[in-house]
Design a protein around this ligand. Structure first.
Ligand SMILES: [Zn+2]
Length: 320
């Protein structure tokens, strides 16, 4: 197995995977999920009682961050006693890593450590650590929201080392799996200009790519065309996939695309957008740096795949 440290050593904040797709924030986890062991009770018991195993505890979905030096995840030693309902994240260099919910007002993050919101700390920790947080946060949030069977309403219990839940009623016995919600996020372009919009909730001056959930019975490309038509009144032709990004708030997968506009006149949906307009490539480049006055139009920070979609188009790394 390739060491993740070796993989990322020279790659900085934006590593490229061995198969050359871009890896953005919350992607590129160093963890081997080792799914073949999730149902192996004997193997899992041995890992739970192994003093080398480690636990990542989340408090109200906030991450324990060690602030002694550069910010990093504050893993706890297992104490050879990992709780039976802890989530098996996987293996790092052969060592089992778990996640557990310790939500309590007085939960201690550890010496020199603080509980910090995942979104705000992600840009400041190693890329692989942000990806681990995405996995842990989405899964612990799913367990917190799915304590009851969706079929019969009775309590359900954790199984498969945290990767599914089983209804506690023997007659029902329904099994439930964590969900991931696909979201298309698309930078619409036409020649040398791009479409960006802003929602009323955005900070002043912020513009971004349009986005929306993929609906049941819909392809990614169809979702892109529908969302752009609904939100901005534009027809879209070609849709090119760029990259995806886990977005653990709570459980989305952002599917980043570039899309070619076939019409020009923008008609915004006021329920979704406060403004949408065309920006030139030169304007978009300036917006990437977030320079200028607070009110000057700007794009989201590098954490967001919208930033990366814009950057790829500005730098000519898309066929549109
Ligand atoms: Zn049930």
């Amino acid at each position: 197995m390739v060491s993740w440290r070796a993989l990322y050593r020279d790659c900085g904040r934006m590593p490229v995977s061995p198969v050359m797709e871009p890896i953005y924030t919350f992607a590129g986890s160093p963890i081997d999920r080792a799914g073949q062991y999730r149902g192996d009770a004997a193997w899992m018991d041995a890992r739970r009682t192994d003093p080398a195993s480690r636990i990542l505890c989340l408090n109200d979905l906030k991450a324990p961050i060690d602030l002694n030096g550069s910010p990093r995840l504050a893993w706890r030693d297992s104490g050879a006693s990992v709780p039976s309902d802890a989530l098996f994240l996987g293996l790092i260099e052969g060592v089992a890593h778990f996640a557990a919910d310790v939500t309590a007002p007085d939960a201690d993050a550890g010496p020199g450590c603080k509980w910090i919101d995942v979104r705000s700390i992600a840009p400041s920790i190693a890329a692989g650590e942000a990806a681990i947080l995405a996995q842990a946060r989405s899964m612990l949030d799913w367990h917190a929201r799915h304590r009851f069977c969706a079929v019969c309403g009775r309590p359900s219990r954790v199984e498969s080392a945290g990767w599914s839940r089983r209804c506690g009623d023997a007659g029902c016995n329904a099994q439930h799996f964590p969900r991931t919600d696909p979201v298309t996020i698309m930078m619409v372009v036409q020649g040398d200009r791009c479409l960006l919009g802003r929602q009323p909730r955005f900070p002043p001056g912020n513009y971004s790519a349009l986005a929306g959930f993929v609906e049941p019975g819909e392809t990614i490309e169809e979702a892109v065309r529908r969302e752009v038509l609904e939100e901005a009144g534009l027809k879209v032709g070609r849709v090119l996939y760029h990259a995806s990004q886990p977005w653990p708030f709570p459980s989305s997968l952002m599917i980043g695309c570039h899309a070619e506009a076939l019409s020009s006149d923008i008609v915004i949906d006021p329920d979704e957008l406060e403004d949408a307009r065309w920006f030139s490539r030169v304007e978009a480049r300036a917006m990437l740096t977030r320079a200028g006055t607070p009110e000057a139009p700007r794009l989201p920070p590098p954490l967001a795949i919208a930033h990366q979609l814009a950057k790829a188009w500005i730098e000519g790394r898309t066929a549109l």
